[in-house]
Ligand binder design. Sequence first.
Ligand SMILES: Nc1nc2c(c(=O)[nH]1)N[C@H]1C(S)=C(S)[C@@H](COP(=O)(O)O)O[C@H]1N2
Ligand SMILES: [Mo]
Length: 329
Amino acid sequence: MFIKKKRGWEIPDAQVTDESVYLNRRHVIRGLAASGFLASGISGASPLFHSRQSWASPSEDPSAVLYPVKRNERYTVDRPLTDEEDAITYNNFYEFGSHKKISDAAQALKIRPWMVKIDGLVEKEQEIDIDTLLKKMPLEERVYRHRCVEAWSMTVPYSGFALKDLVAYAKPLSKAKYLRMETFKDDTMAPGQRQFWYPWPYVEGLTLAEATNDLSFIATGLYGKPIPKQNGAPLRLAVPWKYGFKHIKSIVRFTFTEERPVSFWEEIQSSEYGFWANVNPEVAHPRWSQATEEVLGTGKRVPTLPYNGYGEFVADLYKGMEGQETLYR
Ligand SMILES: Nc1nc2c(c(=O)[nH]1)N[C@H]1C(S)=C(S)[C@@H](COP(=O)(O)O)O[C@H]1N2
Ligand SMILES: [Mo]
């Protein structure tokens, strides 16, 4: 008999509901119309491809020489770091499959050359390649908690730079109120993007006040090395007081706007995944409680904290809006 041994962090499906389960009607109908597509059989890792290539080789990723960088001790947590292997093999990255085991499939992501476009309401629109950008930004390490809306969490050391440094570099016009971020779109690398009922590319947004908050971070490294593809190489957002789906991966474009951007999950189901998505244990997701979280790699549940424990940094951003439930999903 075949018995699959579950590791502690492999939470039974019944306990944690995948973000993809309840798409709104429009998306489901578009999906069902694609009957021919279903036969083409998209899946994550190929069963023939088991070798673990979780870290890019230095020849493929010239940023390898930049790490490790000095840890900024202002950002401390009272939890042990998540085991590195867990953090790089249990991922959400729908571009490579709507399940957690996408780390092998994500190796198809081509991370050089990688151009980052800065446009919209800025003094001068520009494109800059990732390695030039990395030279301009002051790199540091921060240990951050990460709390997924699906009620699991981890604690990891990211390397990277403060998002406010990128905002300053971009020189936004005074009219700009929001920062919109976009992931690459290329379904030859990312088979998940052939699932055309999703509104690709993945988009996320912050107010400029949020984007320039000290906590907002662009992660380019993880555990003292370049960030692995499956975790969002070569650059991804880390806003630890917000649910994980805000932490957009593999960004190719930063656009400054006057109007609030509509994010990927908001477009799919706005009543469950809104614009703000601040962590709050008291506001349940429509289909499950947010009071506790399963700590990846431990098999244990712990209480979830308001703003994921980062209230001292960010609560002021939401003064006067506290009563609004939409702030918390
Ligand atoms: N482009 C893109 N970014 C994404 C996602 C995604 O599917 N695509 N998933 C989000 C979700 S739901 C989470 S919890 C985090 C997971 O980050 P990790 O794999 O590094 O833990 O990435 C976020 N960023
Ligand atoms: Mo998530």
